[in-house]
Design a protein around this ligand. Structure first.
Ligand code: SF4
Ligand code: SF4
Length: 427
């Protein structure tokens, strides 16, 4: 089992030269100005714990859960200190001290069974179509009966209509839409993408086909395990990761493509977890080599010269894309090519979604979100794109709560519309 590596933590703490470069990018330090809420403060605490100098493990666990695991600190640290990854190790190691709530445990169990995700999607579609969502929002009924937390969770659901899950509407294989096929791409169905944003995944698949690739949509896909490791559930993560590696590590395709940054980070990151495993190590390396984010794929393939999206755009990077995978320039190049792209100040700063951080640390998360939406407003963009379902949910709430009135869209939808608009003059 992955656990707090005492030697590594002490090495991290020693490598930290307290230069403070990470302070300005850490959302919790910016919010509180407290050393214990900073990357270097956390690293010191974890190392102290590993050396037996902290008596109360719950203090360490609390610090680990206060961290958003956004890894912005890791991107800027000159000495390769990894406070974000250490936070996950701490959660896994100390989980028994604070087992997840019943609701979180039920949600984690749901992710082990893709058919339950599809069932939940059908309920969600009915919930919206029957007008229950509109009714609950108008009356704020949940809040009135003392379920304010649930009312907030409900407000995170998208306002626009949710479509049926792709597993229910798409076949296992779709042929390319060009005369000369280039090869085959396996499309990794992300749980939350499939549950709430299947329209965006459908757009991504259409872009891949129009780019000359056949698309396989394997039913063998299971959750990438990101929610489990975020909540310290190593065994749940390991079970899911091995299932995916058993299937994708042996699959004969050119690419494994995902439109979810969290899934991309895990598919590429299995290598780290299974490095010493004689069976899963090689499978993990093969999966990592083939995995691409949607924006990486489009950047490599290029868009037709006349592809044009007629609205001004700006882009918020998902932490799991820019900090965990180093995917940052790709979406910006794609958007700069096909749209009137307005760079967003602080676009690599977390939006405050961070797994279930917005549910467990709602006030802090909303402060981060409010600042983010103020930056979005300054761009003057009409469409805000992202490449991760958690950020889509959070930013959609942000527009409703704080403005501005931008449309929040997955980048795949914008790329598809740009391809469809070929030949039409820009506005
Ligand atoms: S940037 Fe790295 S070395 Fe500098 S204070 Fe932060 S963790 Fe320490
Ligand atoms: S991962 Fe994010 S929240 Fe955690 S210490 Fe680093 S910058 Fe701060």
């Amino acid at each position: 089992m992955r656990a707090l590596d005492a030697e590594q933590l002490v090495r991290d703490a020693e490598a930290c030269v307290r230069c403070g470069l990470c302070l300005s990018v850490c959302p919790t330090y910016r919010d509180t100005q407290l050393e214990i809420q900073s990357p270097r403060g956390r690293v010191t605490l974890y190392a102290d714990y590993a050396q037996g100098r902290v008596e109360d493990p719950l203090r360490v666990l609390e610090a680990a859960y206060d961290c958003l695991d956004c890894r912005a600190c890791q991107t800027v640290c000159p000495n390769d200190v990894k406070p974000g990854e250490a936070a996950l190790d701490a959660r896994v190691t100390l989980q028994e001290g604070r087992p997840p709530s019943r609701l979180v445990r039920a949600a984690l169990a749901l992710f082990h069974y893709p058919f339950l995700i599809d069932l939940a999607n059908v309920f969600l579609v009915l919930y919206q179509r029957l007008g229950l969502q509109a009714l609950l929002r108008r009356t704020r009924l949940l809040e009135r009966v003392g379920l304010g937390g649930l009312q907030f969770a409900e407000s995170l659901l998208p306002g626009r209509p949710v479509r049926l899950a792709l597993r229910l509407t798409h076949p296992r294989r779709l042929e390319p839409k060009t005369e000369r096929p280039k090869g085959t791409v396996a499309f990794f169905l992300g749980c939350v993408m499939n549950l709430v944003f299947s329209e965006s995944s459908s757009a991504a698949i259409e872009v891949i086909r129009r780019s000359g690739w056949a698309v396989r949509i394997p039913r063998e896909t299971t959750c990438c395990g990101a929610p489990h490791i975020e909540e310290g559930d190593w065994y749940g993560f390991e079970r899911l990761a091995k299932k995916n590696l058993d299937f994708y590590g042996r699959l004969e395709v050119d690419y494994i493509l995902t439109d979810c940054a969290a899934c991309g980070a895990e598919l590429k990151g299995y290598v780290k977890h299974f490095a010493d495993d004689p069976v899963y190590g090689p499978l993990a390396r093969r999966v990592a080599e083939k995995t691409l984010m949607f924006s990486e794929f489009v950047d490599r393939e290029g868009l037709p010269g006349s592809a044009r999206f007629p609205f001004a755009t700006t882009h918020q990077h998902a932490c799991h894309a820019c900090h965990a995978q180093g995917v940052k320039d790709e979406p910006e190049r794609v958007l700069s090519f096909a749209t009137d792209y307005r760079p967003l100040e602080g676009n690599t700063d977390c939006c405050g979604s961070a797994g279930v951080y917005n549910l467990t640390h709602t006030d802090e998360s909303m402060r981060i979100l409010e600042r983010k939406m103020a930056s979005v407003a300054r761009t003057g963009a009409e469409v805000l794109t992202v490449e991760n379902p958690g950020c889509l949910l959070q930013l959609d709430l942000g527009t409703r709560r704080y403005g501005p009135e931008v449309k929040v869209r997955h980048i795949a939808e914008v790329v598809l519309e740009a391809m469809e608009n070929q030949g039409e003059p820009p506005r």
